[in-house]
Design a protein around this ligand. Sequence first.
Ligand code: SF4
Ligand code: MG
Length: 283
Amino acid sequence: MITLTETLKPKDLKSDVKPIWCPGCGDFGVLNALLKALTDLKLDPAHVAIASGIGCSGRFPAFVNAYGFHGVHGRVLPLATGIKLANPELTVFAVGGDGDAFSIGAGHLPHAARRNVDITYIVMDNEIYGLTKGQPSPTSPLGMEKKASPYGTYDAPLNPIAMVLSHGATFVARGFSSQPRDLTELIKRGVQHPGFAFIQAISPCVTFYDTYARFKETTTPIAEDHDPADRLAAMKLALETNVQYLGVFYEEERMSHHGGVGQVRDKAGADFSLEDLLKRFER
Ligand code: SF4
Ligand code: MG
């Protein structure tokens, strides 16, 4: 993390581009939480990079005064991994929605988690495809009736927290856009975590699937006596369906992806020659 000595305010990190999200969209709460986390941690925006996928949340990097890359659908994790590998000094965020993360991009998630890429991945989960006007997504609940599913969805939703826990993510948390202070703290912990930090941010789509009332009722903080080093206990919380727990489910320290790449570089030594290596494969 490269920090500033001066203290910036969140408004200093807002770009000139005004968000074009619908008024009331949960993504505003996530954006405000991220801006506050950046300023609380005094991160130098010249050393912050935010990569995004496709969807309403994909517009995110344009609204922050830091480096940004709006990538193609589902490829935010390879993009963020490449940015971190090319310049490990950067604080790297990946942001996207539930469709981008758990449908087209789902093949990348297990590998970013097991490799422990040192990035913070914030998934704005609204349980629907918002940008394309309300089709069921991988996290839509059973029976959801919308224009594109007039008789109700019949595919079981996947469980993002259980999914990343089972793939070896080393920091796993859930926040809610309506509770930006708590979400800010989760993002700060995710950034400070030396490895892959996954944050599911419940972020309702007011236009196509307004779930504010449901989540206000069903969300509850993780109990203070929960041990975040206990993966099995974290999994039990994740599998709870009557309530949606908010907070840090799991945290462990393990060598990061760029740490491993650094080890290989050290083993290869300063006199490493690509030419010599390739010669080994000559007939
Ligand atoms: Fe937000 Fe939904 Fe509007 Fe997209 S369509 S900006 S997710 S409220
Ligand atoms: Mg979505």
